[in-house]
Write a protein that binds this ligand. Structure first.
Ligand SMILES: NC(=O)c1ccc[n+]([C@@H]2O[C@H](COP(=O)([O-])OP(=O)(O)OC[C@H]3O[C@@H](n4cnc5c(N)ncnc54)[C@H](O)[C@@H]3O)[C@@H](O)[C@H]2O)c1
Length: 493
């Protein structure tokens, strides 16, 4: 198969222009600041819950049996010793909390906004729609037919009876952001609003600069807005597991205690992002820690793994609420992209040796992690760091899981190896800790066959929308250049 990615022939990189965007839905009457909801009474942990898995059954299992047993044990451990979050799904679980979801038109943000709104949190979405502009510029599209943001929030109010406020604008525009803060007075600000693709950030110099400017400046503005307009507001900022890179030691949750020359200290865990995107997140984390300490902000940095899945309870309530699902080689994340490839009969494109191991989580867990973070605000001057993923897989393991699940629904998934366009280790040690969110009550959806079936089935429904030319990798880390060089290269072809 030899396909040329058509978007590579579109050299114009001009990212969205920054303009003073209006607030489309200003609040007429400013309300008095809502008090943070009374601290959630997590009942005493059920320490007596048995894991139900006998350790004696773990003697010399076969590889497959060992994996099944490890999964069963993880499930049992997840179920044991948890705070009682049985009220978390109640319609008034978030009463009194006002959550500003920045990037609320995007993949994680839209699902989160609806999840919180459905549970009684007062929600406002802030977004400048630049993600939609990237698609327009590059000729991409979501596999699922997503509606415009105004139609989405109108439909949500019709379906649920809950209003979501909408502020359309760029958080790099401080005038806009501060007006949104003054109008909404959030108790939590969930920050998804960044350029989030590593390949996009490595396409050329302009996009590299755009990614770091957009992400780092947006986060700095947000912290100033909190300081000036809502100092009690809890900042919940999305980082990525990619900030840690792939060190040859265990990855801790944010901080590591080091003994050096007879002295000991607990320090931020070393960061080594391997794209301009990942590095923008590292810079964000460093800026956040400084602002948290200096201004006594309440902050939580969520180092999220790769998110997969498209269905959440709320996004499936009406076709007009469906979430976006990206499959192109720039914005499509590994599992979503592989499932789409399998559904349309395109071989799954494993980059290089396929031993690259990462943390993954279901989008239904992303929304629950954010709810947990909202319900557990950091103290003033404290920056909490959680590793937000539920399972680790190598790329080869993902491909094997999808092959197995695909066969069950009549597909015949195949795997091909393509040269790795990224600069990364293809075989490495990887063991990241992820217990803090589970300690606060997260009960993960595991990447079971049933889940793959349900993701695959939704994809099969929309497979006619797939443009196979968008699937192959087109951004090479070592070839990233200035725009003039890229234009010259494309012209020479
Ligand atoms: N999707 C994943 O697998 C994944 C994994 C790890 C971390 N994350 C992080 O989670 C966050 C959300 O990811 P996503 O997949 O939903 O991305 P997305 O691109 O679908 O959504 C991001 C949204 O933010 C908006 N936005 C970007 N810059 C903005 C600005 N300056 N002002 C206002 N709005 C702006 C975009 O228009 C878009 O709607 C990102 O910060 C990303 O780095 C995502």
């Amino acid at each position: 198969m030899h396909l040329k990615s058509p978007w590579l022939t579109r050299p114009s990189p001009s990212p969205p222009r920054r303009s003073i965007a209006g607030i489309t839905a200003p609040r007429a009457v400013r309300r008095a600041s809502a008090k943070k909801s009374a601290s959630k009474a997590f009942s005493a942990r059920a320490a007596s819950v048995s894991s139900g898995v006998s350790l004696s059954s773990f003697t010399a299992p076969s590889k497959a049996a060992a994996k099944a047993q490890a999964r069963a044990l993880r499930t049992a451990v997840f179920a044991a010793d948890k705070p009682d979050r049985s009220g978390a799904d109640a319609k008034d679980a978030g009463k009194g909390q006002k959550v500003m979801v920045i990037g609320g038109d995007g993949y994680c943000g839209w699902a989160t906004a609806l999840h919180l709104s459905n549970r009684g949190y007062e929600v406002a979405i802030v977004d400048n729609m630049c993600r939609r502009t990237f698609d327009d510029q590059l000729g991409f599209n979501s596999l699922t037919p997503i509606k415009g943001i105004h139609e989405r929030v109108r439909k949500w109010e019709e379906v649920s009876g809950n209003k979501i406020e909408l502020f359309v604008g760029d958080i790099c525009d401080y005038e806009f952001l501060s007006a949104a803060f003054e109008a909404f007075e959030p108790t939590s600000a969930v920050h998804f609003g960044e350029q989030r693709s590593a390949p996009y950030s490595m396409m050329d110099r302009t996009r590299a600069v755009f990614t770091q400017t957009n992400n780092v400046m947006g986060s700095i503005n947000l912290m100033y807005a909190i300081k000036e307009y809502a100092p009690e507001c809890h900042l919940i900022k999305l980082g990525t597991m990619g900030e840690y890179g792939t060190p040859n030691i265990d990855i801790e949750e944010g901080y590591i205690t080091i003994e050096h020359n007879g002295r000991t200290d607990t320090l931020p865990y070393p960061k080594q992002g391997n794209s301009f995107y990942h590095l923008s997140k590292c810079h964000d984390s460093a800026n956040m820690l400084m602002c948290t300490k200096t201004w006594k902000l309440r902050t939580t940095d969520l180092n999220q793994g790769v998110v997969y899945g498209v269905a959440t309870e709320e996004t499936m309530m009406d076709p007009a609420l469906i979430n976006r699902l990206d499959y192109d080689a720039v914005f499509g994340t590994a599992l979503n992209r592989f499932c789409i490839q399998a559904a349309v009969g395109h071989p799954m494109t494993v980059y290089g040796k396929g031993g690259q191991t990462r943390g993954f989580l279901d989008i239904r867990d992303t929304v629950r992690c954010i709810q947990i973070a909202c319900d557990n605000p950091a103290d003033p001057g404290e920056m909490r760091v959680y590793n937000q993923f539920t399972e680790q897989f190598s790329v080869n393991e993902l491909a094997a899981l999808i092959t197995e699940a695909g066969k069950k629904i009549g597909l015949d998934p195949k795997v091909i190896t393509v040269p790795n366009p990224r600069t990364e280790l293809e075989e490495h040690y990887y063991n990241a800790k992820n217990s803090k969110l589970q300690d606060l009550g997260l009960e993960p959806h595991l990447m079971s066959d049933a889940l793959l079936d349900s993701l695959l089935n939704i994809i099969v429904e929309y497979k006619d929308n797939v443009d196979q030319r968008l699937i192959l990798p087109g951004v090479n880390w070592t070839e990233s250049a200035s725009v003039s060089k890229t234009v010259a290269k494309v012209a020479a072809k």
